[in-house]
Design a protein around this ligand. Structure first.
Ligand code: ADP
Ligand code: ADP
Length: 226
């Protein structure tokens, strides 16, 4: 069974603009898929419809076998990582990562265990007592990923997570994101307009253009073969 199935998904905004045009795509359980395409092609709109932050005009969104068209984000059990990190400045790294667990009133011992495990995976163990203002951009990005990890979500959704970082850091973070995804085996949808990211991350690439899904395949299939 696919983790995420999109069936003839259409998005027309209030002004009549059709941002997503009849997209059908199956994302396998544990798969790392990249949505790539030029700015304005509808990537972010599609991702937001998966998470539930945007209504679907027509078509079906099926997550874990259940149609979720009308389900609120909190009922979809997905974890979105935004490009602006959305960290709480007054909380330590530990509490920033722990935040979703605190909301769920998870017992302290389990919070500590889960936060430590995520911190180890993301090489944040030495920074747990610091506040976001004292971290580098890459470290902040990792804290945001730590928060997604402790949600124990069915899928991770990344919306251009590295676009605020410099080129060197982007390279490092690409490596870390693939390592994290492989270790956890969590289904991941990753939006980018950057071809290098598309080619080096992920199992498959889905190419969007003007709201239409143009091609789906591995980097080799899409970029290397004539
Ligand atoms: P991408 O993520 O690929 O850059 P988006 O999904 O953000 O593209 O946007 C796709 C298209 O939909 C763009 O042309 C954008 O201007 C339009 N769009 C996005 N949000 C809205 C909105 N709230 N109302 C009207 N048009 C929108
Ligand atoms: P509250 O509204 O209680 O302050 P949040 O806004 O943090 O809590 O989250 C409300 C619900 O929305 C959460 O239960 C969660 O399932 C969902 N949610 C919040 N942030 C994300 C995210 N980054 N990715 C996916 N779902 C989220």
């Amino acid at each position: 069974m696919a983790a995420i199935e999109m069936r003839n998904i259409v998005k027309r905004y209030g002004d009549g603009f059709q941002a997503v045009d009849n997209v059908s795509l199956d994302i396998a359980d544990g798969e790392f898929i990249i949505l790539v395409g030029p700015s304005g092609c509808g990537k972010s709109t599609l991702l937001r419809m998966i998470v539930g932050l945007e209504d679907i005009t027509s078509g079906d969104m099926i997550i874990g076998g259940t149609r979720v068209n009308k389900k609120a984000p909190r009922d979809r059990n997905l974890a979105m990582v935004f490009q602006n990190y959305a960290l709480y400045p007054h909380l330590t790294v530990f509490e920033n990562i722990a935040f979703p667990l605190r909301l769920k009133k998870t017992p302290d011992a389990e919070v500590t265990e889960q936060v430590n495990r995520a911190a180890e995976l993301l090489q944040l163990t030495e920074h747990l007592d610091r506040r976001p203002a004292h971290l580098s951009g890459g470290q902040r990005q990792r804290v945001a990923m730590g928060r997604a990890i402790v949600r124990q979500a069915d899928a991770f959704l990344f919306d251009e997570p590295l676009s605020n970082l410099d080129a060197k850091l982007r390279g490092q973070m690409r490596t870390e994101i693939s390592r994290m995804q492989r270790r956890l085996g969590t289904t991941t949808v990753y939006v980018t307009h950057d071809q290098t990211e598309a080619m080096t991350l992920g199992d498959r690439i889905a190419v969007l253009r003007k709201g239409v899904l143009q091609q789906v395949g591995s980097a080799r299939q899409l970029y290397e073969e004539p």
